[in-house]
Design a protein around this ligand. Structure first.
Ligand code: SF4
Length: 190
């Protein structure tokens, strides 16, 4: 598999939101990231800032901001925190009112990367910074693994030229709203 056939784990959730947004992201990724990122995403990014700067923890037991890859699935990405003693893989979010399936797929994807890379992971969790709450997620079963593989296949086979189902409510909150040629409406954040 060529490296550019690999997909970014961070885009799995966006693909569920709207597959066409991935296409737009790829088209504009080389452009002005700050200009196309509206308020909610920027807030999420800020909560990752301390981890990205590797300042979250100096404890040897914790690995932060590790680049990970899984050849079996053809995915690449980064994990937030791996706590070696607890064998815990943790993903921090600024706000977490509801955990979406796409976010679970992302954590599963990170998990399979860690396993392939030789790490021992027994627990998965999300951590909400705003409410200081931890939400544990089950380790994926064999069926979950097949579900994730099928989802990734769908992602890789997506054809942006085909018509898509438009959900106006989603489009209104989409950061690519102003760039999208599938719809004609104004972005609520502008
Ligand atoms: S504006 Fe709508 S159709 Fe276009 S990428 Fe966003 S959600 Fe998808």
């Amino acid at each position: 598999m060529a490296m550019n056939d690999y997909i970014l784990i961070s885009t799995l959730n966006d693909f569920i939101f709207c597959p066409y947004s991935i296409y737009l992201h790829n088209v504009y990724i080389g452009g002005e990231e700050d200009l196309i990122h509206a308020v909610p995403q920027t807030q999420g990014k800020a909560s990752h800032a301390t981890i990205d700067n590797k300042t979250y923890s100096s404890l040897k037991d914790e690995i932060t901001n590790l680049s990970v890859c899984c050849n079996e699935f053809g995915i690449v990405g980064k994990i937030d925190i791996y706590k070696g003693k607890e064998k815990l893989l943790l993903e921090r979010k600024y706000k977490l009112e509801k955990i979406y399936q796409g976010q679970i797929y992302q954590l599963w994807a990170q998990y399979f990367c860690m396993l392939e890379m030789g790490y021992d992971v027994e627990k998965l969790a999300f951590y909400a910074i705003l409410t200081n709450k931890t939400f544990f997620i089950d380790i994926p079963t064999k069926e979950n693994k097949i579900e994730l593989a099928n989802f990734i296949l769908k992602f890789k086979q997506f054809n942006p030229e085909l018509p898509i189902h438009i959900n106006e409510n989603k489009c209104r909150h989409c950061i690519y709203c102003n760039l999208c040629d599938k719809i004609e409406m104004e972005n609520v954040y502008t």
